[in-house]
Design a protein around this ligand. Sequence first.
Ligand code: NAI
Length: 699
Amino acid sequence: MTAQYQVHGDIAVITLSNPPVNGLGFATRLSIADGLSRANADPAVKALVLTGAGKAFSGGADIKEFGSPKALQEPNLLSVILALEHSAKPVVAAIHSVCMGGGLELALGCHYRIAAPGCSVALPEVKLGLIPGAGGTQRLPRVLGVEVALNMIVSGEAVKSEMLAMIPGQKLFDKMASSVETLAEEALALARSLADTRPLPLVRNLPCKHPQGDAYFQFARNMVKGMAKNFPAPPKCVDAVEAATKQKFDLGMAAERDIFVALMQTAESRALRHIFMAERAASKIPDVPSDTPQRLVKSVAVIGAGTMGGGIAMNFLHAGLPVVMLEMKQEALDRGVATIRKNYESQVKKGKLKADKYEQRMALLQTTLSYDDLGSADLVIEAVFEDIGVKETVFKQLDRVMKPGAILASNTSTLDVDKIASFTSRPQDVVGLHFFSPANVMKLLEVVRGAKTAKDVLATVMALAKTIRKTAVVSGVCDGFIGNRMVEQYGRQGGFLLDEGCTPEQVDRAIEKFGFAMGPFRMGDLAGNDIGWAIRKRRALEKPGMKYSKTADLLCEKGRFGQKTGAGWYDYVAGKRDAVPNAEVVQMIAAHRASLGITPRKISDDEIVQRLVYSLVNEAAHILEEGIASKAGDIDMVYLMGYGFPIYRGGPMNYADQVGLFNVVQSMGRFAQNPLDDAAFWQPAPLLARLAAEGRTFN
Ligand code: NAI
């Protein structure tokens, strides 16, 4: 049973017990309905209390059931709420800790509510591209007023119970308990005191009006549309709440249901639900059980105080862990520390960080020029030059000084982690921790699992990623790992598009319209075009057959490395990030095209988007098949968190699934016919070909 039934004197208590958050899956709903019938049939029971065990009243619907027949299986949530309303004996909801989504809707179906302070109350459905679907949009405005309720529904953000209790005239809580500890007792007392009250109050019978009516909703709609852009759910929240003010309760409920059902089918909601699941799944590694013991990480060392080292250190300072940073020269250390200070000072100036917090963090930072000062750290992260010889020197030193059991991590973005591990006598302790730039901001962390990386090391760094608020995704060892291996193909397509007739601006505009934060050329300018240049030079040695457009090399030969040199594919004014198209670059591309004897053709935005996105998808299919990524959702997380793939499209694999893999393969077949493209690359990866043929999906 996922809810317990107990009788305390003349009060029946139904306690949801479906850890971790008392999700309202089928079994739980059934238990509530059973408890309700039992209490109503028992003459000794005068009233009921509905509450949740453990860390929540209820976190809401069981997301695993979303879109499946189980979610509708009777008693569904609407039926349970109706049953609560119809109970002949009063039902008091005893709310604490977490009361969200379906959990709040359930509470709103009870006759009375008592809440403990500190409880997070929310209707977060909008974050999954939905609106509340079990009366939330109709009942919440009746107890909190239209404006407060609409704000909560549109934002999906949680508000603390004690804040809600202070709203004048609010009817959400009949009483505030003095503490979580006393909630159960106080709820029993409240139920007892109300046992004989008739008629029983129902939220549905409360009035729902806004004094400015139409004008208010027009204003709300304009505000929301401006902010929501590609997300259909927020404006629908306004429609649903407006229905609550204009229609009888049952008609409002019907309106809510229609909107909910329609949103459920949208690509955006599917994408957001996919991300929700994929993010949770990414933290689980198939062969590393969740009870794998972890190593204790109480202090961190960082080697290299450059671009990445400083940002990496900030993550741990923020989490309250002491960090010691090592460099070869004092000047490099001073520069690194100054950059960290500058970063924090700008946060203080913007009011994002309190001055005393800033000092506390800086106090956790120490610097050194000697490896002998690192020995006691539990984790060391190397972020020195991307050169295998330099890495070798560093890891040999680390092997010498670090205490047994310390985790030795490298932030390398391209080098072989197994090779790096082989420089030590303890390859089981070595792991890749690939942060993205700026490392104190970007959410993504690729955890690179070497052939010998120990399971407890993996379990430890995955947990640590949560502590420093990163989304960690595990990648096997290969050149570029998941993200950069894919982006190389994407960049290659960008180059071919230029050769065939596009300008950088046209390519960027098309993919940005599709929803990318930044097109490939603006991204190149931001990251530094010299990085790609170095990779292509290396590739020319390793894979001489690999076809590239030469335009990017020509650009680099002009010293146009991007924002850092004030000029790249675009021009940049100092201190600004705006990309200004440059006629000389366009001319350079045209001249190169002419030298190849290519007559430029007009390429549609559709073709640009498909070639760029499907190049990611095809490479990703190889990555998946090779076991570099263990699930398609992991690849989506990498692209969403690290490369600006549009959230509402759910990542490249989810997007391909939505388009249909058959259609993706058909398009690839067309691209393979293009003599200016790379026909070999467009052969669908075997996994992709197989799934497409079987009518299946990646996810
Ligand atoms: P950087 O050049 O800004 O910093 C490297 C620092 O390491 C310099 O301050 C240098 O003095 C120091 N250093 C070099 N050899 C050393 C040694 N033997 N002992 C101690 N310190 C030494 O380089 P960046 O960009 O921070 O890159 C560092 C690592 O992070 C590289 O492996 C790179 O591939 C990787 N990475 C870089 C990203 C980026 O966007 N810049 C993104 C992800 C990874």
